[in-house]
Design a protein around this ligand. Structure first.
Ligand code: ADP
Ligand code: MG
Length: 346
């Protein structure tokens, strides 16, 4: 069973008491060994949250409790390394509490081994590649054997492929060593791929915190739904509500979709927002719904295809990259109704 490591209780921090900039009423818990991703638009309070957890700044209201012994390392956004120093010098600077130079070097080496850059131990920062610099930045944090690591957009300036390789390697390393990771990224796909849970922030408030899959498939708000990826959003009305299902009309057809949760509040005839991810729509020979092809955008691995349903509603779906339609062509499509999500807010 996972143990609780950290608890934020109604934390508030404002950079300027007259403005709302910062974070407010922030409450969530982090389990030991978990990887929590923080996402949200620019200025939503991601870096502020990380600085609060790192004790760089102190809450003005509420508090942050660590429930277990820990050593924490914080890697700020835009960390730069001194170009004139060698990799070894960068790491040993962190080890001033160790006297013996030999011991320092051994500890540095073992960290560099983990991160596969031991070969560069005597290289100057100016002589190594962007990807290697990023490894050194992480090594600088890991050389102290932290149990908690906080990373603020750590891979921002690396190209996509390199970023993926490095993240894939690092997040496995953190897991193997039972390191609790809290990280900020603006790449939603990467947050989904590497985090156990995701916290979604907007204007300094926590909007949702759930498993990656839940945040993606069952967002709790229009904000999360729109932030997390491409979603078709359709307004309709509830017709009948049962224990586990909601009956409604979608594109003039009577349908039945799962009720998002037991306590989902909705009355008959009330407005309902239906969320349909492009990947649960499939254009097919035989289909329950009818549409016309509006647009196709080539994506390499598929087409992003826009279809137009009666009364001008346009929705996005994916279709195989070897199947190009003619614009205006009549098609039928199906929706995996079990995967349709809905919200009751407007
Ligand atoms: P994010 O990391 O999500 O982009 P931040 O946590 O950096 O957001 O910022 C949250 C809000 O606080 C923003 O409105 C930002 O402009 C403001 N802010 C951040 N740092 C400072 C600062 N040092 N002084 C004043 N305002 C700041
Ligand atoms: Mg930031």
């Amino acid at each position: 069973m996972k143990e609780k490591l950290l608890k934020l209780n109604s934390v508030e921090y404002r950079y300027d008491t007259r403005s709302v900039k910062g974070v407010s009423n922030l409450s969530f818990e982090v389990q030991q060994g978990e990887c929590l991703g923080l996402i949200g638009p620019s200025g939503s309070g991601k870096s502020t949250t990380l600085k609060l957890i790192a004790s760089i700044i102190t809450p003005q209201k509420g508090n942050i409790e660590f429930l277990k012994d820990h050593t924490l390392c914080y890697v700020p956004q835009m960390t730069e390394l001194n170009n004139d120093k060698t990799v070894l010098e960068i790491l040993t600077e962190e080890l001033s509490h160790i006297e013996s130079a030999e011991k320092k070097e051994n500890q540095a080496r073992s960290t560099l081994d983990l991160l596969n850059i031991t070969n560069e131990i005597h290289s100057k920062i100016s002589e190594i590649s962007g990807g290697q610099k990023q490894r050194v930045i992480i090594a600088k944090a890991m050389v102290l054997n932290p149990t908690v690591i906080l990373l603020d957009e750590p891979f921002g300036h690396l190209d996509e492929k390199l970023r993926f390789t490095l993240m894939n390697e690092l997040f496995s390393l953190f897991k193997e060593n039972n390191i609790t990771t809290i990280w900020v990224t603006h790449e939603t796909k990467e947050a989904l791929a590497f985090s156990d849970r995701i916290a979604v922030l907007n204007h300094g408030s926590l909007i949702q915190i759930d498993s990656s899959m839940k945040v993606y498939e069952r967002p709790n708000s229009l904000f999360t739904a729109q932030f997390i990826g491409r979603t078709n959003i359709i307004s309709t009305k509830a017709i009948k509500i049962e224990d586990s299902h909601i009956y409604t009309k979608l594109f003039s057809r009577d349908i039945q979709i799962p009720k998002p949760s037991e306590d989902f509040k909705l009355k008959e005839h009330m407005d309902l927002i239906v969320l349909i991810k492009p990947e649960i729509i499939s254009i097919a020979q035989e289909g329950r719904f009818k549409a016309k092809i509006e647009k196709q955008i080539y994506q390499g691995d598929c087409f992003l295809t826009q279809i137009k349903i009666a009364n001008e509603i346009k929705i996005w779906t994916y279709s195989p990259s070897d199947k190009r339609f003619t614009i205006g062509q009549k098609v039928a499509f199906n929706i995996n109704l079990n995967k349709v999500h809905c919200l009751n807010e407007l």
